[in-house]
Design a protein around this ligand. Structure first.
Ligand SMILES: NC(=O)c1ccc[n+]([C@@H]2O[C@H](COP(=O)([O-])OP(=O)(O)OC[C@H]3O[C@@H](n4cnc5c(N)ncnc54)[C@H](OP(=O)(O)O)[C@@H]3O)[C@@H](O)[C@H]2O)c1
Length: 424
């Protein structure tokens, strides 16, 4: 039985990861066991009180219903909106125990790939990682802007270990190109942060060059393909992490393997639906990835909510709504506050322990970290293992990978992808 567990984000800097060199001199991550013991506390009293760190009380056991639905049952939908409203109204209070900026350990020699870091949460995540000494790979589509940012950060006088690589998540060929270029270096990746995302509020339905609805392509499919193709480098950096910047909005998402493109007419497209469904698809896919990755691979998969954050994500709002969005600062976090859960999920040693615990307990969902850097329970719908498996299979098909791609990649075998330009 899974017991209530509480991750503790720090008011003061916890001890850094121990970055040690192994015999082959590749960088290794080893959490301090004593620190884990003191900070990662099982807390049955919380469970009895039904507090949010209580997984037994909050979670629905793995659901495996054969019923085909057209959307969320109304009670789950209402609960989803309740979670969104609660996050909006109380996120600042709930995260009041966190320092801002979140203190980071020295990260010299640790390689982070962060997608979409020319704006908003990704930009601030990247800046703080770079300032902490990390080897940062900015995976962006606007490389000129990324170079400009580096020049600006360097003006602060700190020597940085940052590089820029081009990726456009709207093109799966571009994702394959990026992964191939990185893997060819035979260097490790310690943390991949799938941060880039779009929410084209109020916009009509659009499709990528690959024929997929743009939210599902950028927010889920491209990130999934990138994560899988980088498995060899993540194994090289093991213990390593795949961190997915998800959203509380997944709580009102509903996704079916045959309806991911929202073209069947069964579920009519709205940008809100496109966004929420893509975030739920990401949790479902990540949960199966989390379950199927053998423990020996040493790759941990985490999804997180950054909170509701003032960024360019609202760029498609009408100008009056945009003004409103920028003028409610009390409720909305700034990017420095909004990147804390990404930094926590990407760097805190407790994540490894927590991930191992959930794996041992055969929990149906991957670790999900809330904006206040605590473990949270993803939506009931994300616990439906049957649909998660179907989303996994369909995702592999849509990104042009064979059904056994993960097993082959973990075994060090070559895997061909339909979007590899050489294979065309
Ligand atoms: N802000 C919030 O309240 C909130 C809440 C929950 C979750 N999130 C999630 O947080 C993540 C970051 O969003 P944000 O709020 O920081 O938004 P943002 O300011 O709009 O930043 C999004 C980043 O993603 C990049 N991006 C978009 N499409 C891309 C593509 N096709 N290829 C490569 N990069 C692409 C953007 O690059 P360009 O600059 O080139 O466009 C930008 O750097 C997203 O996954 C979002 O869903 C945000």
């Amino acid at each position: 039985m899974l017991i209530g567990i509480q991750l503790t984000a720090r008011k003061s800097v916890s001890q850094p990861w121990r970055w040690t060199e192994d015999a082959s001199s590749s960088v290794r991550i080893a959490p301090e066991p004593t620190m884990i013991g003191s900070e990662l506390r099982t807390d049955l009293r919380d469970a009895e009180r039904g507090q949010r760190s209580d997984f037994t009380a909050m979670a629905t056991p793995s659901r495996a219903s054969g019923e085909s639905k057209r959307g969320l049952p109304w009670l789950e939908w209402a609960r989803g909106w309740y979670s969104i409203c609660a996050e909006f109204l109380f996120q600042r209070i709930m995260a009041s125990h966190l320092e801002n900026p979140l203190p980071l350990p020295p990260l010299n020699g640790v390689t982070f790939i962060v997608t979409g870091c020319t704006s908003g949460i990704g930009l601030e995540t990247a800046r703080q990682l770079a300032m902490a000494g990390a080897h940062l790979v900015m995976a962006v589509r606007n490389t000129n802007l990324a170079h400009e940012l580096i020049r600006k950060w360097q003006a602060e006088g700190i020597p940085l270990d940052v590089e820029v690589m081009e990726i456009d998540l709207m093109s799966l060929k571009s994702v394959v190109r990026f992964a191939k270029a990185w893997n060819a270096r035979l260097q490790p990746v310690h943390v991949l942060i799938n941060n880039a995302g779009i929410f084209s509020i109020g916009e009509p339905q659009r499709f990528s060059e690959d024929g997929y609805e743009t939210h599902i392509q950028v927010n889920h499919l491209a990130a999934a393909l990138l994560s899988l193709l980088l498995i060899p480098s993540l194994i090289r950096g093991s213990p390593s992490r795949i961190v997915n910047v998800n959203s509380v909005m997944h709580n009102v998402g509903f996704v079916e393997a045959d309806g991911m493109n929202l073209v069947s007419g069964k579920r009519k497209f709205t940008s809100l639906r496109g966004y929420c469904d893509s975030k739920l698809a990401q949790i479902k896919f990540s949960s199966i990835l989390f379950k199927r990755l053998p423990a020996e691979a040493g790759i941990h998969v985490v999804c997180l909510s950054p909170g509701i954050v003032r960024t360019n994500v609202a760029r498609d709002l009408s100008s009056s709504l945009r003004t409103g969005y920028h003028w409610i600062p009390y409720f909305i976090l700034d990017p420095e506050e909004g990147c804390r859960s990404s930094l926590f999920a990407g760097t805190d040693p407790q994540i490894v322990e927590y991930s191992e615990l959930l794996k041992m307990e055969e929990w149906p969902v991957c670790p999900y970290i809330s904006h206040d850097c605590r473990p949270a329970n993803a939506s009931d719908e994300s616990h439906n293992l049957e649909t998660s498996k179907k989303i996994w299979e369909k995702t592999l098909e849509l990104v042009g990978l064979p059904a056994d791609a993960l097993e082959k990649l973990v075994a060090g075998e070559e895997v061909s992808c339909q979007y590899d330009e050489i294979d065309e």
